[in-house]
Design a protein. Structure first.
Length: 180
């Protein structure tokens, strides 16, 4: 699991993902990282590379020390960048599946790297990276579009609707992951 910059593992989407994965038979490895604000002044691909370089040693170690039969790479916002730009582009030793919460679809290289791939993608229509036109290009993906949800996949000032959207997203995630 790869978190976002301001979206930690104890926030709803990642908290419930962390809870769901063991129920489906997966080990959970949360990789923690922090960066200085000035490191985000780089080009998007350089930022993605920075995150990848921070997490990949841990990923490789985990995959080499236990004989897994498959892997799920799950990320939220910033955490989706190394998944899309590196893990989805490389051949995997074991079958790999990808879960992307609020990927940065507004970045050109993100769309290029998602085309002709498969992933579970959840995004809200109030997310600044949401684009109906771009999502229409992602025909191979399992798309969960949450009406009115923001970058945190929540509806501001509407807790009950936010919970319903979260439940809907996780019901679909559970169905997606049970196929494997």
């Amino acid at each position: 699991m790869f978190s976002g910059t301001g979206y930690s593992y104890n926030k709803p989407i990642l908290y419930y993902a962390k809870s769901l994965m063991p129920e489906l038979g997966y080990d959970v490895i949360q990789i923690n990282y922090t960066f200085e604000q000035q490191q985000f002044e780089q080009e998007p691909l350089a930022i993605s590379n920075m995150v990848y370089n921070s997490v990949n040693t841990i990923v490789e170690y985990c995959l080499q020390t236990k004989s897994y039969t498959n892997a799920v790479y799950l990320g939220k916002s910033l955490g989706t960048m190394p998944i899309i730009d590196f893990y989805m582009q490389q051949p995997s030793v074991i079958p790999a599946y990808y879960v992307l919460f609020t990927p940065m679809l507004s970045l050109e290289h993100t769309m290029e790297n998602l085309c002709n791939k498969q992933a579970f993608i959840a995004i809200g229509t109030a997310d600044p990276h949401y684009s109906q036109e771009k999502l229409a290009q992602l025909t191979n993906h399992h798309l969960v579009i949450l009406e009115g949800a923001d970058y945190s996949l929540e509806i501001t000032d509407n807790t009950m609707l936010s919970l319903q959207l979260c439940q809907s997203a996780f019901t679909q995630l559970q169905t997606f992951l049970r196929k494997y």
